[in-house]
Design a protein around this ligand. Sequence first.
Ligand SMILES: [Mn+2]
Length: 318
Amino acid sequence: MLKKIAKRLKKAAHIAIFTHQNPDGDALGSSFAVKYALEAIGKKATIYLEKPMPEKFNFLGTDYRIADENTQSDADCAIVLDCGEYSRLGATSETCKKIPCLLCIDHHKTGDTFGELYYNEPDSAATAQIVYQLVNLITKDVPQKAYEAIYTGMSTDTGHFKFSNVSPKTFKIAAEVLASGINHRKITTIIYDTVKREKMMFLGAATERVELYCNGRVAVLDCPGEFLAQFGLTYDDVDELPNIPLNLEGVEASILVKDRDENSKRVSLRTKDVIDVSEVASAFGGGGHKSAAACVLSGNIEENLKKLIDTVIDKLPC
Ligand SMILES: [Mn+2]
C-alpha cells in the first residue's frame, strides 16, 4: 500500500498536505518530511494548517498556509498524515474535501478509515516512522531536512524513545536517520531542554492543582486557559501538560482537562501502561493509543468528568 501511495504522489503535480488540528511534533514532522521529499523530485507541495504552528517547531520550516472553510487549493492530490479521524482536520477539512484525490497515512489504533488509498500501521510508534519508509519510496535522495523532521516526529511521539510504543524497528529507523548526519542534539535542545522562565513558574503552580483519586493511583489536572493566561501562556506553549499529573510517584493513570469551547472540555488520558486508555476515551466518543488518548466532554461536564474518573478507576487492576 505504501508503494501505491508513493506512486500516486509521483503522478500528481501539486500535493496538498494535511494533518490533525493542534498539530504535535509527529503531525508537523511527518508533514514537512513529505513536503521536502516531494519537492526534491520537483513537485509542488503545500502544507495546510488551521492556525500558526507552535513556535518551537519553526526549525522544521515555516512554509505552510493557513486554511479556513473558504480556502481554495489547486492541488490535484491530498495526503492526510497522523490524523485518526477526518473531523480532526478541523477548519482545513473543507479545503481537503475539494481536492480530487485523497491519500491517508496514520498510526492511530482507533478512528476512521478514509481516502482512496489508506494505510495504517498501528504498531508504528509515530506516523513519522511510516513516513521514513514513504520518503525512501519517493526519492533515493531524501533531503537531510526531511530526516530532521522524521526524527522530530519519532522523538516526540515516543516521549523521546521512552514509551512502550517503541519497537526494534523504531530504533532501527532512528539509527538510519541519524546515520544521514542530522544534528539530533540541536533538535532535542530545542524541543526538550529549553524552557521559558514563565513556563517554569507555571509548571510549579500547575503541580499544586493536581488532584488525586483512588489512593493516589489516578491524578487529575484541571487546567483552564485562564490559569495559563496568568503566566502569559497558551496551551500551545505547554504540550507536556499531560505529564504533570502522570509523572507523580504512585500515579498509574492521569487525566488532563483543558478548555475546548464554551460548552465543552478536551480531556487527555495517559497511563504508565497499566490500563488501555484508548478504551476509556472510546467510551466517551474519543480515541487514541493504548497509553495516550483523548476525548471531549460536554453537557454536564462536572458529572461526565466524574463518570470518566470512575471508568478509569474501574479499569485499574486490584
Ligand atoms: Mn502520531
